[in-house]
Design a protein around this ligand. Structure first.
Ligand code: ZN
Length: 334
């Protein structure tokens, strides 16, 4: 039985004792960087700097004192090139404006701080993979923006510049000799960019639950890659019980069958019922639940090694509470 309410942010009376915290929370890593707040797509854009500020404020609460906190290094072009090819990073960086904004498409807007933010986002996931695979941390949460899962190998889109989660997977394989990497994406939007990287490579596994139809339009159940892709499209209005069944019936058994050496999570929190961009009806507890199931799978196959990366989530209160629920369960699993 999971005792989720014991660590609810709003319930100060039930915080873990300092002693428990030491035991439970020693080895969850939080990686972020102030530059990730400096990417600003402009007034009224949902992928706003305040998203990250809200999450980091929540993670300053006493129950998160046990997190090991690290500042992200700058990502390297070689890391990006493993997913996007040699010239892609240069072509994105060349579009970063000196002032004002530059649009890569109708949704994907650059500001002067966007290049550094995107490089720190890549550096965050690479350093988190390094730390988890070195045994310095059991698992990690990368609180970064811009998000990444819509970015295809040759194509920025959907608020995303570099596909950080795919970069993490390729780095684990190239730099650490990890063979099988699973990426599970519970953002409300389909991770088309990540699927594009994984779908022809049986050393990768990609599973996604998402509202369908919805942006970006991909993610039908018939998209199965090389037998290593599991898409679970969910209709608008789907609540937590059906979301959990999707994981129990489809995603978790496939993840077990794949038997990953490392579990990566595209953690978007825009399937929350308060989110303005989509119509699923999840609660904070559902994000805690799925986190625990994924941590258990990582424990079964990958010695608990799990790296989670922030994707979407656009209602600030729901985003902060859901990310807190997610990190809380990562700490409990570590
Ligand atoms: Zn999303």
């Amino acid at each position: 039985m999971q005792s989720w309410p014991a660590t609810r942010l709003s319930d100060g009376a039930k915080l873990l004792s300092a002693e428990q915290m030491q035991v439970d929370a020693m080895t969850t890593l939080l990686v972020t960087h102030p530059a990730c707040v400096e990417h600003d797509p402009g007034y009224g854009h949902p992928e706003a700097p305040a998203r990250l500020s809200a999450i980091l404020a929540a993670l300053r609460e006493p129950e998160f004192a046990g997190l090991v906190r690290r500042e992200a290094p700058l990502g390297k072009e070689d890391d990006i090139a493993r997913v996007h090819g040699k010239s892609y990073a240069d072509s994105v960086m060349a579009r970063v404006p000196q002032s004002g904004h530059a649009a890569l498409d109708a949704d994907t807007i650059l500001s002067p701080g966007s290049g550094q933010a995107a490089l720190r986002a890549v550096g965050a996931v690479v350093s988190a993979v390094d730390a988890v695979l070195a045994g310095e941390a059991q698992n990690a949460f990368c609180a970064i923006r811009p998000p990444g899962h819509h970015a295809e190998p040759g194509h920025a889109m959907g608020f995303c510049l570099f596909n950080s989660i795919a970069v993490a997977a390729r780095h684990a394989q190239a730099a650490h000799g990890i063979n099988r990497v699973a990426i599970v994406d519970f953002d409300v939007h389909h991770g088309n960019g990540t699927q594009a990287v994984a779908e022809r490579d049986p050393t990768l596994f990609f599973a996604s639950s998402h509202q369908y139809p919805l942006y970006p339009g991909t993610g039908g159940a018939d998209e199965t890659g090389a037998g290593n892709v599991v898409n679970v499209p969910l209709p608008s209005g789907t609540e937590g019980a059906r979301f959990r069944r999707a994981f129990e019936d489809r995603i978790l058994p496939a993840l077990d069958a794949f038997a990953p050496d490392l579990v990566l999570v595209s953690a978007g929190f825009d399937a929350h019922r308060a989110d303005p961009l989509a119509g699923l009806e999840l609660e904070e507890e559902d994000f805690g639940w799925v986190t625990t199931r994924l941590a258990e799978a990582a424990r079964r196959h990958a010695r608990g090694r799990l790296v989670s990366v922030l994707e979407g989530g656009y209602d600030l209160k729901a985003l902060a509470g859901s990310a807190a629920a997610h990190v809380s369960e990562l700490m409990r699993a570590s």
